[in-house]
Design a protein around this ligand. Structure first.
Ligand SMILES: O=C(O)CCC(=O)C(=O)O
Ligand SMILES: [Fe+2]
Length: 301
């Protein structure tokens, strides 16, 4: 088995970084401590660079108890580059913040939220766009009393554990990613897309094995929300191999499961991780205040 580089505070450039970090699981994730994200202008460029480097290695970064508002959330996200401006999140955006995607189970005028099941399948974000999301940052405003977790899988590790034979088979393959794949559950219960939105989501062909531009490591880049066939293969031909790979992704050995607390920020790299929200809270009683879940996501281009 390949191990992810061990992460300690000494991993950062000596003297330059303003934060400490520790792994939150063996194969994926580090917590960043000792930094106040409300004042992201005060964070040094070196610290931002070190966080970005750690994100590429560890896949996800956790920041506890930050309590950011929308402006602070976007300001911190922008320290890592331009936001993804896709026009696709605006229908689920809080008023005045078209770049923030709201993930919630809170009803509006008695109607179920269209994003309550946004992550019922393992995926990384916006792979159906020709230029997919590089990274995403999810902030917890309200967590259910029990559950409401999000799981993350290390897709470097999934790839690295395959046999050399299967790696060689997958290496030249490409896959077609679409919101409307035969597997996708994400559009169920949502208002149909408008013409302009439809044009943006016509789907995209992506490599099956992605080399991460920062770490040079390879990861498995398919997801069960968007992919039902390899390019040039039929859905039937692709199915057994895809299912084998999707089952590996969900194996607990590759994952970290996050129990949310209000104020948490989770920052993930979409090129080497996938995520999934298991709906492990009491959704039969959504009107009860203790079952409410409210999250906001910013997305990097
Ligand atoms: O609901 C969650 O925990 C994750 C939602 C999601 O997939 C996303 O915001 O990209
Ligand atoms: Fe997602």
């Amino acid at each position: 088995m390949n191990t992810i580089q061990e992460t300690t505070t000494s991993n950062a450039a000596p003297g330059a970084s303003q934060f400490e970090s520790r792994p939150i699981a063996w194969r994926i994730g580090s917590e960043i401590m000792g930094i106040d994200l409300k004042r992201s202008d005060d964070i040094s460029d070196e610290s931002i660079r070190d966080m970005w480097q750690l994100l590429g290695q560890r896949g996800i970064l956790l920041f506890r108890k930050q309590g950011l508002n929308h402006d602070q959330h976007l300001a911190f996200t922008r320290r890592f580059g331009a936001l993804a401006v896709t026009g696709l999140t605006s229908r689920y955006a809080p008023p005045g913040y078209p770049d923030i995607f709201t993930v919630t189970n809170i009803k509006t005028d008695g109607a179920r939220s269209e994003t309550e099941n946004a992550a019922q399948q393992w995926h990384s974000d916006q792979t159906f766009l020709r230029v997919p999301a590089r990274a995403s940052m999810l902030r917890c405003e309200l967590a259910p009393q029990h559950g409401g977790d999000t799981m993350f899988a290390n897709m470097y590790a999934v790839y690295e554990d395959l046999s050399e034979g299967l790696k060689a088979t997958l290496e030249p393959l490409k896959a077609f990613h679409s919101l409307f794949s035969t597997r996708s559950k994400v559009m169920k219960g949502r208002k149909p897309l408008g013409d302009e939105e439809l044009m943006r989501v016509e789907g995209a062909v992506q490599p099956v094995v992605l080399t991460h531009p920062d770490t040079g490591r390879k990861s498995l880049y398919i997801n069960e929300q968007c992919v039902d066939h390899f390019e040039g293969w039929t859905i039937e031909e692709s199915k057994p191999l895809l299912e084998y790979l999707y089952n590996l992704t969900s194996h607990p050995a590759y994952t970290y499961r996050h129990r949310w607390q209000q104020g948490d920020i989770l920052f993930w790299d979409n090129r080497c991780t996938q995520h999934y929200a298991p709906l492990d809270y009491n959704f039969a009683e959504l009107d009860a205040p203790e079952n409410r879940r409210l999250m906001f996501r910013s997305t990097l281009a």
